[in-house]
Design a protein around this ligand. Structure first.
Ligand SMILES: NC(=O)c1ccc[n+]([C@@H]2O[C@H](COP(=O)([O-])OP(=O)(O)OC[C@H]3O[C@@H](n4cnc5c(N)ncnc54)[C@H](OP(=O)(O)O)[C@@H]3O)[C@@H](O)[C@H]2O)c1
Length: 224
């Protein structure tokens, strides 16, 4: 992770689950982290729980990724206060009503701003989109839990398509920006429906470790 020392990572959905865990790990790896989510008190708690000497590396900001003005305000602040974005991790996820806006449009809004910042500064940045196994195939749900999934697999299939489109765009613009999507199975976080809790699950730390692995790969390696 040496090349990311003091570089800037924006993590959306950092107030819980995988986002909070990866924000913690990036801070301990020496990265400056901008943690975005709607629940500011949860972000404040995340900062309080860091070792005191690391707290200044974590910048927190309330942001709703479904709201373009809110995303623009957050990325403008990052540009103004920290110089720009080198890593974007999109973790935000919402339930049925807002799922399309959050999982698809939220990813699009944030990625646009991150790519713009990376291109302007000729940063060999990295965008990591959190996908899911249901972004590749749809399994038979547990009895009675079909409605829990609802639009979720469709939004994650969109993330699969966006990952490849973004990769092609970054190549077309002759950038060194890497694009990766990570597709975990079930992870033990607040979002998991109760019915699924009895199945074997990954931990948030397992997914955070996978994210740190792809970030740490040398420039000629792209985990797609
Ligand atoms: N858990 C699993 O089984 C699993 C499996 C595969 C993939 N994933 C993916 O992993 C990612 C993280 O999920 P998780 O399990 O860690 O869920 P989580 O603990 O529920 O975290 C979701 C995060 O998204 C934030 N969020 C929701 N709507 C938002 C919005 N409009 N604007 C900004 N932030 C918003 C939430 O914060 P606020 O409410 O404070 O805004 C929260 O921090 C998601 O993309 C999910 O699809 C999870």
């Amino acid at each position: 992770m040496e090349r990311w020392q003091n570089r800037v990572a924006v993590v959306t959905g950092a107030s819980s689950g995988i986002g909070a865990e990866v924000a913690r790990k990036l801070v301990s790896a020496g990265v400056v982290v901008v943690a975005l989510a709607r629940r500011l008190e949860r972000l404040e708690q995340l900062r309080r729980e860091l070792p005191e000497e690391r707290r200044s590396q974590l910048h927190i900001r309330q942001c709703d990724v479904t709201d373009v003005a809110s995303v623009d305000a957050a990325f403008d602040a990052v540009q103004r206060e920290l110089g720009g974005v080198d890593i974007l991790l999109t973790m935000s996820l919402d339930t049925v009503q807002q799922v399309l806006q959050t999982n698809v449009m939220g990813v699009v809004h944030c990625s646009q701003r991150a790519f713009e910042s990376m291109r302007q500064r000729h940063s060999a940045g990295h965008v990591v989109l959190i996908n899911s196994i249901v972004g590749h195939y749809i399994f038979n749900p547990l009895p009675g839990s079909q409605q829990e999934l609802n639009m979720y697999p469709a939004t994650k299939h969109a993330v699969t398509a966006l990952t490849e489109l973004f990769r092609q765009e970054m190549r077309e613009f002759k950038t060194q920006v890497k694009v990766t999507s990570i597709s975990p199975g079930l992870v033990d976080t607040e979002l998991v429906p109760l019915a699924y809790k009895r199945l074997p699950m990954l931990q948030a730390e397992d997914v955070a470790n996978a994210i740190l692995y792809v970030l740490a790969t040398p420039p000629h390696v792209q985990v797609h």
